[in-house]
Write a protein that binds this ligand. Structure first.
Ligand SMILES: [Zn+2]
Length: 199
């Protein structure tokens, strides 16, 4: 009887030892696998970030912050529709320091009378309508053989804006007659185009 008890205890001891051994081995292996996995993941992310260009990086950083913010190289386009004359005047400018790193909501607060038509970290488009005349109404006229540029207000009052060195001497008869009567041109873009045609 005593002999059987001893054998049973020894057997149980061996089995327990064996099971503990397996348990510890598996635990150790899982920890190692997790470490390898984490190391691999970190390495992947490092490589990915290294390959991104500046804009993508800016996007990534802002996306990670869950909300997009303006970057220092952002360009703002201002579009103003002038109801009185029907002209849409566009101008582009670099972002002001005080407008860098802000969200769309914060931008809307700063430009409360503008409509935000586009918002990305690198490009913003703002739009508004005003009931005034735009200040890009011009009159081209001949003065002492050269073309002079006048600016027109909403009542068609002309004021000298700029002189040019474009001579009217070699213009065709038709063009000469037009320029002597005065040619009205709207927007800076059209003005430059018309002047180029005369040069
Ligand atoms: Zn206008």
């Amino acid at each position: 009887m005593k002999k059987y008890t001893i054998i049973t205890i020894i057997t149980i001891g061996i089995i327990l030892g064996f099971l503990t051994g397996i348990y510890l081995y598996r635990l150790n292996r899982i920890t190692h696998e997790q470490k390898d996995y984490i190391a691999e993941k970190v390495e992947d992310e490092c490589t990915a970030i290294g390959e991104l260009d500046e804009e993508e990086l800016a996007n990534l950083i802002t996306t990670n912050n869950s909300e997009e913010k303006t970057s220092p190289n952002c360009i703002i386009t201002l579009k103003v529709y002038h109801e009185a004359c029907g002209h849409l005047i566009e101008s582009r400018q670099s972002i002001e320091e005080t407008e860098v790193n802000i969200t769309e909501e914060e931008l809307k607060e700063k430009f409360s009378d503008w409509e935000v038509q586009k918002f990305t970290p690198t490009e913003i488009v703002l739009y508004k309508e005003v009931d005034e005349f735009c200040d890009e109404h011009y009159l081209l006229k001949e003065d002492n053989g050269y073309i002079t540029i006048y600016k027109l207000d909403e009542n068609d009052n002309a004021q000298i804006y700029n002189t040019t060195d474009i001579s009217t001497e070699y213009l065709a008869e038709e063009d000469l007659e037009q320029i002597r009567n005065g040619i009205k041109v709207c927007t800076d873009k059209e003005l430059n185009k018309t002047l180029e045609d005369f040069e």
